[in-house]
Design a protein around this ligand. Structure first.
Ligand SMILES: Cc1cc2nc3c(=O)[nH]c(=O)nc-3n(C[C@H](O)[C@H](O)[C@H](O)COP(=O)(O)OP(=O)(O)OC[C@H]3O[C@@H](n4cnc5c(N)ncnc54)[C@H](O)[C@@H]3O)c2cc1C
Ligand SMILES: *[C@@H]1O[C@H](CO)[C@@H](O)[C@H](O)[C@H]1NC(C)=O
Ligand SMILES: *[C@@H]1O[C@H](CO)[C@@H](O)[C@H](O)[C@H]1NC(C)=O
Ligand SMILES: *[C@@H]1O[C@H](CO)[C@@H](O)[C@H](O)[C@H]1NC(C)=O
Ligand SMILES: *[C@@H]1O[C@H](CO)[C@@H](O)[C@H](O)[C@H]1NC(C)=O
Ligand SMILES: *[C@@H]1O[C@H](CO)[C@@H](O)[C@H](O)[C@H]1NC(C)=O
Ligand SMILES: *[C@@H]1O[C@H](CO)[C@@H](O)[C@H](O)[C@H]1NC(C)=O
Ligand SMILES: *[C@@H]1O[C@H](CO)[C@@H](O)[C@H](O)[C@H]1NC(C)=O
Ligand SMILES: *[C@@H]1O[C@H](CO)[C@@H](O)[C@H](O)[C@H]1NC(C)=O
Ligand SMILES: *[C@@H]1O[C@H](CO)[C@@H](O)[C@H](O)[C@H]1NC(C)=O
Ligand SMILES: *[C@@H]1O[C@H](CO)[C@@H](O)[C@H](O)[C@H]1NC(C)=O
Ligand SMILES: *[C@@H]1O[C@H](CO)[C@@H](O)[C@H](O)[C@H]1NC(C)=O
Length: 659
């Protein structure tokens, strides 16, 4: 029942083959066990979920705003909207229930760290990509409080002003700058400019202080010699990236730089020796003071199955239908439904609710509520190929790993620097980032990623999988590929996964070219520098493999899907979905075009701006945060508050939601 594809045409030593075989056998066994487990739990959960409460014919509750999804965008908008004390806000997330307590989700501490293999992963895969030898893409997501930003690398990169000019006219980089700043508590305010390289003036111009998310540079000890010996190359202005850039989120967006990440210092903001934990929108924005607001309710393990509309023209959202462990209910909305389910789930929910392309809805036998041709269209992503290098000595990469399984990252300011490179190859006449490169202290290559019918076993290399100790990866991420895909519901049942079609038929010369130019330059560095002396062999692409063959066979999603309800097309620039009323989009699907950056910074900024837009639209710009009085007429249930202490560490009962 589970097939694992044979390894493709890569030239490996027989020793490696053996190693890989072993891994495959282990992976195979785990797959079978997981599949069996999933089947059993699937049966249990299905029986639980079909129990629909038919007696409930009236609304169980009502709120001014209902936020669907507590991921990157949803957490921000929930926090900001609930600052207006006269508004009641309900925020729902379909992911498994989690308790908030010091040992589970503590906003001032680390969050549990998951690999992709988690009960939170809905296991989304794409249709085969013709451009990539008809392979499928596995698209890890995190369903639960914090959303996919619980799984992310926390890398904070803003897009270039040039690429933002493709967005609608009032969503320029300058329009967003106040919001990029608002989210941040940036390290440039805490460390000497001689150390950060960021002048006080630039710090104030480009960065924020006291925002919900700390931004810190990372210095990971495990990069050791690989990182140290790269430093002169990093700083060399004649390289493709133009040398060192102390702040890729400042004046210049290109360069070799230190990662800026949503990493929080655990103890003291300025103590360089303090441990880090990963900052997410949930942790940053939904602190106890927010969650305990009397006008806010947050519920997990609550799936929104439909948005409900009245018969007016255009149809107006009047509530949502939800499903939780006890049944199905309808909840009334007095003002607006804010969609924040992410780039796949948001268009999907619109479609199952009858909003979309009439032809596609008819094919899925979903009754049309309102036409919107752009729901689920314009799916963009970034794509990556790995350059994997075997080192002469394993010690050159991680002699001293201090990351442990609960996810603390000891970041030592005088330790090895962890580089991120953003470059423009000059192949086109533009001023954006063509390619981003991460140095990774592990083999990021995933031979069994594709054509594996059990994608949970896919190895992505992040989340601590260290496949081959003496290998590093330069993960090359193309920022502006040209394909436009779509997300299409197959029925009106939210549990039937939509079809995800990246519609990537072929790879353009430009796309090949960006990888090609960069890989060629790195090959030159390997041959001609001290840094290159650390490297024993180019594992991938492999110097004998034609580059096109390699790229066709090794493209991976960079996990940045966006713009499936694109502002300007699917919604207006106040993010109101066209042809219906009282529904806005507040997540990656709202993106107005591509970004040459990791999406989270822009999702957070977009959500911050949307909060201001909504407050403006309701003339509530000057309200102060709500105090602690309970104002919500509520049904009982698993509302989250920080008083709950019952820890549920075993997620297995929720596993089939992802199966
Ligand atoms: C491994 C990995 C690493 C990444 N690293 C980075 C990085 O370093 N930097 C960066 O900027 N980006 C990174 N990303 C991308 C980033 O995490 C996502 O772009 C971002 O989280 C998307 O935010 P969102 O608000 O659009 O949706 P999400 O964060 O995915 O949130 C959506 C939420 O909605 C909920 N939901 C969906 N449908 C429903 C429904 N019908 N009812 C109720 N709830 C629902 C889901 O359960 C989920 O919790 C990474 C992604 C991955 C997978
Ligand atoms: C920064 O370095 C310069 C030159 O090394 C020195 O003169 C200056 O005092 C330093 N500034 C601070 C704030 O330490
Ligand atoms: C390119 O964009 C950067 C900002 O990212 C700007 O500083 C620079 O002047 C631009 N260069 C050109 C040639 O337009
Ligand atoms: C935080 O750390 C800095 C630098 O180590 C130190 O000067 C400061 O006193 C510390 N503050 C607190 C409150 O501990
Ligand atoms: C999605 O894109 C594919 C490829 O272009 C196309 O065949 C299909 O009709 C599209 N689906 C929808 C619903 O637009
Ligand atoms: C809204 O509906 C009208 C009439 O059906 C249609 O012409 C228009 O294209 C729709 N807008 C979108 C964004 O699909
Ligand atoms: C890597 O660094 C360690 C410690 O600094 C050193 O002992 C070792 O020789 C270095 N290896 C190489 C290949 O330079
Ligand atoms: C990980 O590190 C933290 C902080 O140092 C510690 O409290 C925790 O016990 C460690 N966990 C494991 C599994 O070693
Ligand atoms: C790093 O700095 C700390 C103090 O700031 C010091 O104790 C430590 O020895 C330094 N480590 C190295 C490798 O320089
Ligand atoms: C890659 O670049 C080399 C020159 O650097 C060129 O000869 C080759 O044709 C290019 N290949 C592709 C696929 O672009
Ligand atoms: C952008 O401009 C349009 C046209 O002036 C306006 O209708 C819209 O409200 C503006 N959007 C924002 C977010 O200001
Ligand atoms: C499910 O939601 C309904 C309506 O909000 C609520 O009354 C009920 O308690 C919830 N059940 C659980 C298990 O949370």
């Amino acid at each position: 029942m589970v097939l694992i594809a044979p390894l493709s045409n890569e030239s490996n030593s027989s020793k490696d083959r053996c190693l890989r075989k072993k891994t495959l056998i282990i992976a195979f066994s785990v797959v079978v066990l997981l599949a069996l487990g999933a089947c059993v739990w699937g049966a249990v959960m299905t029986s639980k979920f079909v129990k629909v409460n038919k007696k409930k014919s009236i609304y169980s509750e009502e709120f001014d705003f209902i936020v669907v999804g507590l991921g990157a965008g949803g957490s921000v908008i929930t926090s900001r909207l609930s600052e207006v004390s006269s508004w009641t806000v309900l925020a729902l997330d379909g992911g498994p229930h989690e308790e908030l307590s010091s040992t589970h989700i503590d906003p001032n501490n680390l969050l549990p760290v998951y690999s992709f293999v988690s009960p939170h992963d809905p296991i989304i895969t794409s249709l085969p990509l013709r451009a990539a030898n008809n392979k499928i893409m596995y698209l890890p997501r995190f369903n639960g409080l914090g959303g996919t930003a619980r799984l992310y690398g926390g890398i904070n990169v803003r897009p270039s002003p040039s690429i933002m000019r493709r967005w609608p006219a009032n969503w320029t980089y300058d329009d967003l700058l106040p919001y990029y700043k608002k989210i941040e508590d940036h390290y440039c305010y805490y460390y000497n400019e001689n150390i950060t390289g960021i002048s006080n003036e630039d710090c104030r111009k480009y960065h924020g202080q006291y925002g919900p998310l700390q931004v810190n540079p990372t210095y990971l000890p495990e990069f050791a010699n690989v990182s140290k010996l790269f430093e002169p190359i990093c700083k060399d202005v004649s390289q493709l990236w133009g040398g060192y850039n102390a702040d890729i989120n400042g004046q210049q967006h290109l360069g070799c730089s230190l990662f800026q990440r949503y990493f929080n210092r655990k103890e003291n903001r300025t103590d360089e020796q303090s441990d880090y934990f990963l900052g997410t929108s949930f942790q940053g924005y939904l602190q106890p003071s927010v969650i305990n607001r009397g006008n806010l309710r947050i519920r997990s393990a609550t799936m929104v199955t439909k948005i409900l509309f009245d018969k007016s023209s255009p149809p107006k959202a009047i509530g949502v239908m939800i499903q939780n462990a006890t049944g199905s209910y309808t909840i009334k909305v007095n003002k607006e439904v804010i969609l924040a389910g992410g780039a796949f789930a948001t268009p999907h929910l619109l479609q199952v609710s009858g909003i979309g392309d009439p032809l596609a809805l008819a094919q899925a036998r979903i009754p049309l509520v309102a036409t919107n041709y752009h729901v689920g269209k314009n799916l963009r992503d970034h794509v990556a190929v790995p350059m994997v290098l075997r080192l002469k000595e394993a010690s050159s990469t991680f002699p001293n790993v201090v990351t442990n399984s609960t996810g603390y990252v000891k970041s030592i300011p005088n330790g090895s620097k962890s580089w991120i490179i953003t470059l423009n190859t000059g192949l086109r006449q533009d001023n954006i980032t063509d390619l981003q490169i991460y140095f990774s202290n592990t083999n990021y290559h995933s031979p069994d990623l594709f054509t594996n019918s059990e994608p949970r076993q896919c190895r992505f290399g992040s989340n601590g999988h260290r496949e081959t100790p003496a290998e590093i990866t330069l993960r090359m991420i193309l920022q502006d590929p040209s394909f436009l895909g779509n997300v299409t519901a197959i029925s009106d049942n939210i549990h039937h996964r939509p079809i995800i079609n990246f519609n990537w038929e072929s790879i353009s010369d430009y796309e090949y070219g960006v990888f090609n130019v960069t890989i060629e330059k790195f090959r030159y560095l390997i041959k001609n520098t001290d840094w290159g002396n650390l490297i024993a062999e180019e594992v991938y692409p492999g110097i004998d493999v034609p580059l096109k063959t390699f790229i066709d066979g090794h493209l991976e999603t960079a996990l940045h899907p966006i713009s499936t309800c694109q502002m300007g097309l699917c919604s207006d620039t106040r993010l109101r979905v066209f042809n219906i009323s009282q529904v806005r989009v507040c997540d990656a699907s709202a993106f107005g075009e591509q970004v040459d950056a990791n999406p989270s910074a822009t999702i957070f900024a977009l959500a911050e701006r949307l909060a201001d837009i909504i407050r403006f639209d309701y003339n509530e710009l000057h309200q102060q945060p709500q105090s602690k009085t309970s104002r919500v007429r509520e049904a009982s249930g698993s509302t989250i508050s920080y008083k709950t202490t019952n820890n549920m560490k075993d997620y297995s009962e929720f596993f089939p939601q992802g199966a």
